[in-house]
Every structure is written in structure tokens, then in C-alpha cells.
Write a protein of this length. Structure first.
Length: 397
């Protein structure tokens, strides 16, 4: 097993290349990359951005607000392909280009340090790699990549695992990851140590928009993209067992969301809970913040989630989280403490029991909500930025 991360003392100003396949996507990995660029730039380091496709900075700022730009940037293609990675030929070519870019940068040695902030597919080559969830563990944990299906992935996975295992031995680098939960997966499936740096959350944005004294009614918020891996089919089942709550689902929807909508609609009808579940898609930021600010409870339905940024956002908004008893939301965010910062469940009936208690017992809910909102500050963007600068400077010195 590789040696654990050792942090050193000396700090120097460095030329750093931050690699990410694309920033033209509104996701947590992209937010993390942008926050790292901001942190390093503000601490005097010269930061270059390397991507597969050209960054559309107007699109980035629409998705994430005002961002700090890198000093330099390079890219391999001008066309946007990141929205077509559901195609196996496109995704294979796309990530092959990304790997070649990493290899070329390592061989040219133009920078003091190379940081890969999208290390799920390629866990080595860079000096520092941030892994959100290792793709090499996907098959055994039934988390199949979006660009393929289970049958095809069974064929591809052994070849992919052999190749990436080889690059691990040649140029391993340091691994960072987003939770103790994923740290355990990396240790088990990659046989490597990693260092946990929690991802950045805009805690203050949600806290400042929270009307903590106006938590009336019985709203339970659910934030998840309309895709099968989020397990939104659990919401109607939980609603069937609940006697008091009304559920509002807010999430990203695209051309692939049709089957999830159809499943939910049919379930809601069959279980006679249509009047207690509202499905919203691609809601404006203002409506999103307002709904969270009014909700008493936040329901997280995805099992084995890697971290759970939406859980922290909801906690900052004054919601009490009810999460599946697995993954980062339970292990890292709730610290495996039932009833301290929120609750975990294993069955729909169990989730409904906690939800009904929280929406009908405001005194108890308020106490937990206060602890949860304080807990959320642990994951603030500023905390991430400071920690990443500390880690990067000590590794690079």
C-alpha cells in the first residue's frame, strides 16, 4: 500500500496547472475546481487551467456566479462534447484525450505542480488527484457510469482496471477525496491511502436566505437530479407511510429524465399520494432558496452517496436532514449520530416516522436544526479553500 500523505512545512510560490475535463457543467466537481483556482490565485500562485474542451466562461458564470479566472488556460478541442458523454465512443475518445493531456504535462514539466480535480476516471499521473468516486469501484458497488450500461461495463471494466493499476504503479501521486466514506472505498478497491478534504459548499448563501423563524407548515424538500441513480422512487413510498408531510422535489431535468418522471408519476398515482408530492424541474435559484428556507425537513434518497452537498445546503437553510443510512451523508455529514444533526433511515416506513415527528414537534425540530446549521459551517467554501492551499503548498514545497 502506498505511503500516507505527509505534510511538510516550507511554502513557496508555484506555477500550478489545474486539470479538469470541462467546466461547462453545473456540478459539484466543477465548483470544486473553480474554488481551488480561486484559492491558489488569491495566495499568489500562478494557475493555469487545462481542459479537454474550451471553457465557455459566460456559461460558467451563469451556472456558478462570478468566478476567479486562471492566469492561463489550454484546451484540446473547441467543440463542446461534455453534454454527449452518454455515448461510449465519444466518452472513450474524450477521456483518452484527457489522459494524454495529463501525460504530456507530466513529461514536459513546465509546472511545479499538476493537480487533477476530476480523478474519478484517472487516479494517477498528476502530482495531486482529487477523487470524488473511483470509477474502478463502480461495477462492484453497482454505480455504473452514465456513458454505458451494466453489461457493457462488465466487458470494459477489467481492461480499464488493468491499465489504471499500471499507471498507479508508475506515477501514483497523492490522492485527495471528498469523504471518509470514499476514503474507505479507495483503500479497498485501489489499495491506496488518501487524504480527506471536504468539498466546498456556499454555506453563507443558504444561511443568509434562511427564514429560520418562518418554518411553518409541513414541507419536506428533496433535491436531486431526475435520474435513476438518485432513487427518487423512494419519495412516493415514504409519502405513503407519512401522515403529515408534503414533499417538494426540486432537481435538474434533461432529455434523459423522461423515464424517471414516468416512474414517479405512475407510482404517485398507484399509491394515491399525488396531492402530497410536487415535482419541480430546473427551478430558478431564487425559488430554490425560498423553498429550502421554508422547508422543515430535507429528505435525501440516494444510498451510498459519495458526500452530499445538497444535504449541507439544506442544513445551512435550517432544514433537519433525513438521509439514507449509508455513504457520506450518514458517515461524514451526520457523523453517524442519530438525532444529533438529523436522522438516518433504512426503510421508507422508518424515514416517514422521523419526518412526521419533525414536522409535528417544532421544539425538538428547532433544537436539531440549530445544531445542524452550525455543523454545516464545517463545510463552508472558505474552509475548503484554506485547507486546499495548506495541503498543496506543503506537498509542493
Amino acid at each position: 500500500m502506498k505511503s500516507a500523505l505527509v505534510l511538510r512545512e516550507k511554502v513557496i510560490i508555484m506555477k500550478v496547472v489545474v486539470a479538469h475535463h470541462s467546466l461547462n457543467i453545473p456540478g459539484g466537481a466543477e465548483r470544486l475546481c473553480l474554488s481551488l483556482i480561486e484559492a491558489l490565485q488569491k495566495n499568489g500562485h500562478e494557475v493555469s487551467l487545462m481542459t479537454v474542451e474550451k471553457t465557455d466562461w459566460e456559461l460558467v458564470q451563469r451556472n456558478f456566479g462570478k468566478v476567479v479566472l486562471p492566469s492561463k488556460e489550454s484546451f484540446a478541442i473547441t467543440r463542446r462534447l461534455s453534454n454527449r458523454l452518454n455515448s461510449i465512443p465519444i466518452s472513450s475518445t474524450y477521456f483518452s484525450i484527457y489522459m494524454l493531456q495529463l501525460l504530456a504535462n507530466r513529461m514536459q514539466k513546465k509546472y511545479d505542480l499538476m493537480i487533477n480535480t476530476f480523478g474519478d476516471a484517472i487516479n494517477s499521473i498528476a502530482d495531486i488527484t482529487y477523487v470524488h468516486f473511483p470509477l474502478r469501484a463502480a461495477l462492484k458497488l453497482s454505480q455504473i457510469p452514465a456513458f454505458t450500461n451494466k453489461s457493457m461495463w462488465r466487458i470494459i471494466a477489467p481492461f480499464y482496471d488493468s491499465f489504471t493499476s499500471l499507471t498507479d504503479r508508475i506515477a501514483p501521486g497523492y490522492l485527495l477525496t471528498n469523504s471518509k466514506f470514499v476514503q474507505g472505498i479507495i483503500r479497498k478497491f485501489l489499495d491506496r491511502n488518501s487524504y480527506v478534504v471536504y468539498p466546498p459548499v456556499n454555506v453563507q448563501t443558504f444561511a443568509s436566505n434562511s427564514f429560520k423563524d418562518a418554518k411553518e407548515g409541513s414541507i419536506v424538500a428533496v433535491v436531486a437530479s431526475y435520474s435513476p441513480k438518485r432513487h427518487l422512487e423512494q419519495v412516493p413510498l415514504i409519502a405513503k407511510h407519512s401522515k403529515h408531510a408534503k414533499f417538494v422535489i426540486m432537481g435538474k431535468a434533461d432529455e434523459y429524465s423522461g423515464s424517471t418522471f414516468a416512474t414517479l408519476t405512475e407510482q404517485m398515482k398507484n399509491l394515491h399520494v399525488e396531492d402530497r408530492i410536487t415535482m419541480l424541474q430546473n427551478v430558478p435559484v431564487e425559488q430554490f432558496l425560498e423553498t429550502l428556507s421554508k422547508a422543515k425537513v430535507y429528505l435525501h434518497t440516494m444510498p451510498q452517496d459519495h458526500f452530499g452537498i445538497s444535504v449541507v445546503e439544506a442544513m445551512a437553510s435550517g432544514c433537519v436532514p433525513v438521509v439514507h443510512k449509508s455513504g457520506g451523508p450518514w458517515i461524514d455529514i451526520l457523523d453517524e449520530q442519530q438525532g444529533t444533526y438529523g436522522f438516518s433511515y433504512s426503510t421508507p416506513a422508518g424515514a416517514a416516522k422521523y419526518i412526521d415527528m419533525l414536522v409535528t414537534h417544532e421544539d425538538e425540530r428547532s433544537k436539531i436544526s440549530l445544531r445542524a446549521s452550525k455543523r454545516a459551517s464545517k463545510y463552508d467554501k472558505v474552509v475548503f479553500m484554506n485547507r486546499m492551499v495548506e495541503v498543496v503548498e506543503k506537498i509542493g514545497s
